[in-house]
Design a protein around this ligand. Sequence first.
Ligand code: SF4
Ligand code: SF4
Length: 202
Amino acid sequence: MKLPKVRELLEAIKALITGPYTSKFPFKPHEPYPNFRGQPVYNQEKCVGCLSCEEVCPAEAIGHEDSADPSNPIRKIIHYTDTCIFCGCCEAACIADKQGIKLTKEYDLAFFDRKEASESIEKELQLCEICGSVIACKHHLKWIAEKIGELSFSNPTLYQSRLKSLGILDDNIVSALKDHGRSDRVKILCSRCRRDTTLTTR
Ligand code: SF4
Ligand code: SF4
């Protein structure tokens, strides 16, 4: 007769005392292991809307839609859970101290309609004060200004964003010229309008 190996025997005795390794899912919620990598989730407050996560995502599971409507300029950042491979690159690349998007232990992601397989957040956009094109999210400009400190005073877009976020500056800086000229240089501008207002002789 073949005798059981000692290790298997010990495992069997241990299982008798500690109970089974498996959980009773779906009758009881399953508790994933501590390092389990589940669905990433955005943090509306911490995310600055920079799109680094979209840039690095190997599965193209992150996208965004910008609305440059002056009455409500919004960037919608969308995470597609049906495409995500839970690799964690988005969290690793997040400039907001890895807090803008974080992997969770969420694994129960079944859905009937594919439209349900996404989650999104919205961040307010900063538009160019001359041409109305998208510059970046307001939160992102504020984050850069805070990060580089006094160096931001070399860039009117950054220091004006910072002053506006502090409520020090209002929107009443109006150019003396009908068409944009050098007096517009202290506005929040996209790179094209910044170049035009800097190089113009008007
Ligand atoms: S976990 Fe990986 S695949 Fe999923 S959104 Fe983040 S970077 Fe993309
Ligand atoms: S702050 Fe982080 S989560 Fe937000 S867009 Fe940038 S990289 Fe993505």
